[in-house]
Design a protein around this ligand. Sequence first.
Ligand code: PBG
Length: 329
Amino acid sequence: MSTYGSFPGSRPRRLRTNPVLRRMVAETRLHPSDLILPAFVREGISEPVPISAMPGVVQHTRDTLRKAAVEACAAGVSGIMLFGVPEDAKKDGAGTAGTDPDGILQVAIRDVKAEVGDELVIMSDLCLDEYTDHGHCGVLDADGRVDNDATLERYAEMAQVQADAGVHVVGPSGMMDGQVGVVRDALDTIGKEDVSILAYTVKYSSAFYGPFREAVGSSLHGDRKTYQQDPANVRESLRELALDLEEGADMVMVKPAGPYLDVLAKIADAVDVPVAAYQISGEYAMVEAAAEKGWIDRDKAILETLTGIRRAGAKMILTYWATEVARGL
Ligand code: PBG
């Protein structure tokens, strides 16, 4: 075939000759139904509040959240992942607002359900950090450490109030050991066998969550390194995966997405359940910031990041661009 110094015998460029040919041979395709929109809803506001580190993303009022859900639905997006932001005064050590049937997340689930019914898969973040005054994903013990087993009891209650509000899928994201099993039991106990679990199976302790902390008004001091994973590890993710499957995860997620595509590929190879990836706040912010400076082509960069995540093995992608991208596809 091709000999060094003569003309090439093989010409891969042939299949890149024109756009329709390139499209025909494309191995990865994005489809609106692969996309899930994460959305924030804040209690006690009458206008949406922009999130400065995430241009284009807001903390919704109950009303604008309903509109966002309708728009996502119309664009063909499959799901919406809801995050509740309670009034500051309602945050406490136990994250009580997270298990209040009238807490903001539960109210939002009911609102969205009333608006779009089963046209959109309604998902909820199942974690305490939005509701605790210390900002951790769990409750603390006497020494100020995150108490795994006491936290599990809180998660069980959260799962039940979210399910009662009508959520289709809960997303336990706190990285406590045993969380998937406890949540499954809690749901089954109240007859919610049909509520699915999207497990945040692989969740790294990441600097790229920065803008999210603003989005949910988190008051975290310190870090989450005693429960979220060390970015240096990949074998550990396979262990987390095995445990979550054993405990009853219906779908598994890798988070963040972009800096962890190798992990995503390994997880996708290893399972027969649907795999999701979460393109997180910092990934969003980086593209928006560079685009604003005129350093990259925003729309192309967005599609490239999402294509990369699909190519690495994610079936579903949680992205703050979900509605916009779905409209354009
Ligand atoms: C935990 C949770 C976080 C995110 C989603 N769920 C924050 C964290 O674990 O520190 C981050 C999402 C993002 O950055 O876009 N409730």
